[in-house]
Design a protein around this ligand. Structure first.
Ligand SMILES: C[S@@+](CC[C@H](N)C(=O)[O-])C[C@H]1O[C@@H](n2cnc3c(N)ncnc32)[C@H](O)[C@@H]1O
Length: 204
């Protein structure tokens, strides 16, 4: 989706995102748990939006850890900032930029939670993120895939199209280029997926 449209959609949606989005986006917490985060780790969240999971991550990585949240929408980041202040979360840096243009520092963990399917140059963004993973680093991606129920698939695809979500990305295939062992699982008849990969066998 074009950045202008992203800006417009999330300027509006930021007002009620946290109140309503849980209805559609499932498994976010499950994806975070799968990462098995450790004290002191540095975590990059691409398309962090309003900062879903920042409190959970913060607790797991402790005061020596660090979160870098990247998002194009300043309105979504404003909400994240409010959350950080409200819960007194520490060591979180927010960066407003197009994910594709962002060259991250070395990190232990990368998270894409319902963001990569909106990024037109998703392959480039993914490569930038994988390149900076440290030895033993992990990447988790959770997002929409294609539900295996024809009528629902049709309706959902119309909705996804409206919001610029490409739920047909060959993400598993793309990750296979970099990792030997990917834990890829679809849930709710293919409505969404979680992909987890570890860097020990990366080819970059
Ligand atoms: C559905 S929200 C997900 C937010 C959060 N990760 C979550 O799990 O709730 C998608 C987010 O991706 C961001 N986004 C989409 N395309 C982007 C891009 N090219 N660069 C940076 N952020 C982007 C949007 O601004 C929005 O905040």
């Amino acid at each position: 989706m074009g950045l202008k449209k992203i800006k417009k959609i999330y300027k509006f949606q930021s007002q009620f995102y946290d109140l309503t989005r849980w209805i559609f986006v499932w498994n976010r917490k499950k994806a975070l748990i799968k990462l098995n985060l450790k004290q002191g780790e540095k975590v990059l969240v691409v398309g962090c939006g309003t900062g879903y999971g920042f409190d959970f991550i913060n607790k797991k990585i402790g005061i020596k850890g660090e979160i870098i949240g990247v998002d194009y929408s300043s309105h979504m980041l404003d909400k994240a900032r409010k959350k950080i202040n409200k819960y007194k979360l520490k060591n979180i840096k927010l960066i407003q930029i197009d994910a594709v243009k962002y060259i991250p520092p070395k990190v232990d963990v990368v998270i894409y939670s319902y963001s990569i399917t909106m990024v037109p140059e998703w392959r480039k963004s993914l490569e930038n993120s994988i390149r900076v993973l440290k030895e033993g680093g992990r990447i988790v991606i959770t997002d929409f895939s294609e539900i295996n129920v024809p009528i629902l698939r049709l309706l959902l695809n119309l909705r996804f199209k409206k919001y610029g979500v490409n739920n047909k990305l060959p993400l598993k295939k793309e990750l296979d280029k970099y990792f030997n062992n990917i834990d890829y699982k679809e849930y709710f008849l293919g409505y969404n997926f979680i992909a987890l990969a570890k860097i020990s066998n990366n080819f970059l």
